[in-house]
Design a protein around this ligand. Structure first.
Ligand SMILES: CCC[C@H]1O[C@@H](n2cnc3c(N)ncnc32)[C@H](O)[C@@H]1O
Length: 482
């Protein structure tokens, strides 16, 4: 199929669908009309679009954890604990890494081993192997909206199954679940595969069923400059909208400097709405703020400090929801108690800040302007190299390093951009690679990094980057020299 940013016809979709539903035996359990009937019965309090819309109208920030274990009963116990004890507002199902690579055979082995060991031998829930029936068991056991969270370049079968099971939101996108997650998956393929996932949502929308799509904002979660993650979030939102998605949550991963983070969230929402309007898409847009995605302190009390700081920033930014970390972040998959504790600390902070917003000081206004300007430079260039076609533009932009995500493993990522924090901890750019920024923008970043170098009495350089990557785990934001 030719790559272009054009809504798939039903023929194109159903032709591709035959192959998708045959990728694993559980695909036979997906029936579109039956699934639509099931989805129509989902009550409002278990619908992502409904709950997100209400939160946005009320101006409150919802708390959502990540969580996933191998066996259905254990996963149900975990989610019910996070709902009842953790007071979660929205529930996830974090999908295991084998499923993310479409390695369903290994999932079967992992399930067998989990049954034998009496504990999860997978790092998430293998939804494809459990099939529609198993995923409906999970959905029917809880009393909150349920979302699939994963990192899957080819999520076609996974999306079919989780939506048919009543899960009203799916995270991911052609860039955000490829470049930070895979080494050898081409963008041509992941764009086509995610057009399929979005066209499926478009079909349900055409049947009167609203489903939410959430591109993965943080990307590598390592000092990603706000304009790079905002540009990719907006691109994935536009690609989804073209396939008929109408309910979109765009996200951003906390960098740590309050002014910059609040500015990034405001710039993202404003600029995404500008692009949806410009391209004629009627989209219900909400936002998600991810608590710090980088290295965490081992000490649990210090971890709560990071979690609470992310919660405070989400509230002050007016995010529709915040994705919660746990005090076990530095060690691995959290226990249900640690996961619940992360949510409760988050909600305590959100409740204390309910209704409060940062005033608009000059610094905030300028940071918003800068981020929007940078993001526009990137998006204009992507459209230009794609000769007006966004999908083609994305492929070319990565080939040319116009889109370039710091520290991404993909061989299709140039990897020439190097970020480092300025003296206030805001993420700036040390090496621009082929980012299409103006001289003024580049000079501005340079001047801020020089200010930090003077303060620290050292040269600007790669050591700043290394120090910043390790800083939060050591209890600081800026990686000061020893
Ligand atoms: C992009 C998301 C990365 C984060 O996703 C969390 N994560 C991954 N897998 C699970 C799981 N099975 N249960 C609870 N949290 C999980 C970790 O915090 C990780 O840093």
């Amino acid at each position: 199929m030719e790559l272009k940013n054009k809504k798939w016809t039903e023929d194109e979709f159903f032709k591709a669908r035959e192959e998708v539903l045959n990728q694993w035996p559980t695909g036979k359990g997906v029936n579109l009309e039956e699934a639509a009937e099931y989805l129509r019965k989902v009550p409002e309090h278990k619908s992502f679009p409904f709950k997100l819309k209400k939160a946005k109208e009320q101006g409150i920030t919802l708390a959502q954890p990540r969580a996933g274990v191998a066996l259905i009963e254990d996963h149900i116990n975990l989610l019910k604990y996070l709902q009842d004890e953790g007071e979660a507002d929205l529930l996830p199902t974090t999908i295991d890494s084998y499923t993310r690579q479409n390695r369903y055979k290994e999932c079967e082995i992992g399930l067998e081993e989990s049954r034998k060991a009496g504990r999860s031998m997978l790092n998430g829930f293998p939804a494809v192997n459990h099939g529609v029936e198993g995923c409906r068991k999970v959905f029917e056991a809880i009393d909150l909206p349920l979302q699939a969270r994963h990192g899957t370049p080819d999520a076609r079968l996974l999306s079919e199954i989780i939506h048919a099971a009543g899960w009203t939101s799916n995270e991911g996108g052609a860039i955000s679940y490829n470049i930070p997650y895979a080494k050898n998956v081409s963008l041509e393929k992941s764009i086509l595969d995610w057009q399929y996932c979005d066209r499926l949502v478009g079909l349900y929308e055409e049947m009167g069923i609203s489903l939410n799509r959430e591109p993965f904002g943080p990307l590598t979660g390592t000092l990603v400059p706000p304009s790079i993650s905002n540009a990719i979030a907006i691109i994935e939102g536009l690609l989804a909208a073209e396939q008929g998605v109408k309910n979109i949550t765009l996200g951003y991963g906390q960098c740590g400097n309050l002014i910059q983070d609040v500015a990034a969230m405001k710039a993202l929402e404003e600029q995404a709405n500008e692009y949806f309007k410009e391209y004629g898409y009627d989209v219900e847009l909400t936002t998600v703020f991810h608590q710090w995605m980088g290295g965490f302190p081992q000490d649990e009390a210090k971890a709560f400090g990071v979690i609470s700081w992310g919660s405070a920033t989400a509230a002050l930014a007016g995010a529709t929801k915040v994705i919660v970390k746990t005090p076990h972040e530095a060690v691995g998959i959290p226990t249900k108690e640690a996961n619940a504790a992360g949510i409760k600390a988050t909600k305590q902070t959100l409740n204390l800040l309910r209704g409060q917003r940062l005033p608009m000081p000059k610094e905030l206004e300028e940071e918003i302007k800068l981020i929007k300007m940078e993001t526009k430079c990137i998006l204009d260039k992507v459209f230009e190299v794609g000769k007006g076609d966004l999908a083609v533009g994305v492929v070319k932009a990565f080939e040319m390093g116009i889109l370039d995500i710091p520290f991404a493993p993909s061989k299709f990522n140039a990897g020439k951009v190097l970020p480092a924090r300025d003296n206030n901890g805001a993420v700036r750019i040390l090496e621009f690679g082929n980012l299409p920024f103006t001289k003024e923008i580049k000079d501005f970043h340079r001047s801020l990094l020089e200010e930090r170098a003077r303060y620290e009495k050292r040269k600007i350089g790669f050591q700043m980057v290394v120090d910043d990557i390790n800083a939060v785990g050591k209890g600081f934001l800026v990686g000061r020299p020893n």
